[in-house]
Design a protein around this ligand. Structure first.
Ligand SMILES: C[C@H](O)[C@H](O)[C@@H](O)C(=O)CO
Ligand SMILES: [Mn+2]
Length: 417
C-alpha cells in the first residue's frame, strides 16, 4: 500500500469522528517550533575567549562530530531541518556571536555580530529567537548574576541583557517575525539561605532596568524562565516559578516554563490552561528530565502528548511559543534534534486528531467511562499513516528512513571533523 492509500484509509477512520484531517495538517504546517542551536555543540558557543560550561547545567557524552565553527553548526542544523517537516525557528544564545576573532565582551554585543546568522535564516526561511548567556563566564563564577550583591557585576549583566534585547529586535526587523528573547539566570545557593528576599529584590530591580526601554512587540518579545534547582543551587533559586510568574503577569512579559524545571511529579501540561486565563501568551522549553533536569532528548511520551492536547484543545497554537531545550552528547547530535523535534510535531498532530469537543462533552456529562475508553482507544488509531503522509507531502523522509540521511552525513561530514 502506498503512503497515500494508507493515509486515505486512516483518514476515513478519523472522519467517522468528525475530524477534518486535511484541516489538521494545514494547521500543523503553520506551527513553528523553536529549535535550540545548542544541541549541536554541547552549549559551547564561539566566543573568542570562551569558557567552560557553567551555571549548574551539564552536557554528558562525547559522541564524535560536534560542531566547532558557526559554519559547521549551520550545516548540521540544515541537515536536521531537511528531516523535519514544516518551517521552523532557530534559537540562539549570545555565545554564538561571530566577532571575526575579536574579543567582544558580552555587554558590548551588537546586531552586527549576528549578521551571518540573520543572512542564513533569510536564505533558509527561518525565524530566530534569542537568549542572553548569563553563565560560562568569569563574572558568573560564583553562581550569581542579575541578583549579585556587587552592583558592578549586576550592571554588567544588565547591560548584556539590554544588548541582547536589541539583537532580538534586529532579528525581528530583518526576518519579519518577532524574536523571543528569553532570560534565564543561574542565580541561587547550594545551601539553605539566610535571606531569600534580598536577592529577589535585586533580581526584580535588574529586570526592571533591562525592560525599561519598550521594544515594539512586532520585533521582540521578552520571556523569563524559572527554575527549581541547579547543580550548586540545590537549596534556593532566586528566579523561582512564583517569582517569574508574578513578574511576567505584572509586567506583561511571557513566562517561560521549562518542562525540566519543576518537581518530578509536577506537570507543565497542567499549568498551561491555568496560565492562559491570565496571560495572552506563554512560552515553553520542552525538555525531558530523567531524575533531574537532565535535558534528555524529547520523547513522544504521555506528558508531551498532554502538553500538545492542552495547547490544541484550548485553541492556543498561536499563544504558546514552543521551544525545545535538550542536549545529549552521547548520540549523534543531528539525530537528537531530528528525534526531539519530530516528536514535538508528532505530539501536536496527535492532539489535532482527537475528537476534543466530544471528549469535553463527555466530561461535562460526567461520563468518565466513555472519556477514558475513547482516550485509550485513540492511542491505537492509525496515527502513523497520517504522520507518514504529512512527512511525504512536506518532502521529508517518512518513518525511520531519515536515519539513512543521518548515516550519510555522519560518514561524509561529522566523522571528518
Ligand atoms: C542553555 C539554555 O538557555 C538553558 O538550558 C536554560 O534554558 C535552562 O533550561 C537551564 O536549565
Ligand atoms: Mn530551558
Amino acid at each position: 500500500m502506498s503512503t497515500r492509500e494508507a493515509f486515505e484509509s486512516a483518514k476515513a477512520i478519523y472522519e467517522k469522528w468528525g475530524i477534518d484531517v486535511d484541516q489538521a495538517l494545514e494547521k500543523l504546517k503553520q506551527v513553528p517550533i523553536s529549535i535550540h542551536c545548542w544541541q549541536g555543540d554541547d552549549i559551547g558557543g564561539f566566543e573568542v575567549n570562551g569558557n567552560e560550561l557553567s551555571g549548574g547545567i551539564d552536557v554528558t557524552g562525547n559522541y564524535p562530530g560536534k560542531a566547532t565553527t558557526p559554519e559547521q553548526l549551520r550545516s548540521d542544523l540544515e541537515t536536521a531541518l531537511s528531516l523535519i517537516p514544516g518551517k521552523h525557528r532557530v534559537n540562539l544564545h549570545s555565545i554564538y556571536a561571530e566577532t571575526n576573532g575579536e574579543v567582544i565582551e558580552r555587554d558590548q554585543l551588537e546586531p552586527q555580530h549576528f549578521e551571518k546568522w540573520v543572512n542564513w535564516a533569510k536564505e533558509n526561511g527561518l525565524g530566530l529567537d534569542f537568549n542572553p548567556t548569563l553563565f560560562s563566564h568569569p563574572k558568573s563564577d560564583d553562581g550569581l548574576t542579575l541578583a549579585h550583591p556587587d552592583a558592578a557585576i549586576r550592571d554588567f549583566w544588565i547591560q548584556h541583557c539590554i544588548a541582547c534585547r536589541k539583537i532580538g529586535e534586529y532579528f525581528g526587523k530583518e526576518l519579519g517575525t518577532p524574536a523571543l528573547t528569553n532570560i534565564w539566570i543561574p542565580d541561587g545557593y547550594k545551601d539553605i539561605p539566610s535571606d531569600r528576599l534580598t536577592p529577589r529584590q535585586r533580581l526584580k530591580d535588574s529586570l526592571d532596568r533591562i525592560f525599561e526601554e519598550e521594544i515594539d512587540p512586532n520585533y521582540n518579545l521578552d520571556s523569563v524562565e524559572s527554575k527549581l534547582f541547579g547543580l550548586g543551587s540545590e537549596a534556593y533559586v532566586v528566579g523561582s516559578h512564583e517569582f517569574y510568574l508574578s513578574y511576567a503577569l505584572k509586567n506583561n512579559k511571557l513566562c517561560l516554563l521549562d518542562t525540566g524545571h519543576f518537581h518530578p511529579t509536577e506537570a507543565v501540561s497542567n499549568k498551561i490552561s491555568a496560565m492562559l486565563m491570565f496571560t495572552d501568551q506563554l512560552a515553553l522549553h520542552v525538555s525531558r528530565p530523567v531524575r533531574w533536569d537532565s535535558d534528555h532528548v524529547v520523547l513522544l511520551d504521555d506528558e508531551l502528548r498532554e502538553i500538545a492536547h492542552e495547547i490544541v484543545r484550548n485553541g492556543a497554537l498561536d499563544r504558546v511559543k514552543i521551544g525545545l531545550d535538550f542536549f545529549d552528547a552521547s548520540i549523534n547530535r543531528v539525530a537528537a534534534w531530528t528525534i526531539g523535534t519530530r516528536n514535538m510535531i508528532k505530539a501536536l498532530l496527535y492532539a489535532l486528531l482527537v475528537p476534543s469537543e466530544h471528549l469535553k462533552q463527555l466530561q461535562e456529562e460526567g461520563n468518565f467511562t466513555e472519556r477514558l475508553a475513547l482516550i485509550e482507544e485513540f492511542k491505537t488509531y492509525p496515527f502513523g499513516a497520517i504522520w507518514d503522509y504529512y512527512c511525504e507531502t512536506m518532502n521529508v523522509p517518512i518513518r525511520e528512513t531519515w536515519l539513512d540521511d543521518i548515516k550519510i552525513y555522519e560518514e561524509k561530514v561529522l566523522s571528518q571533523r
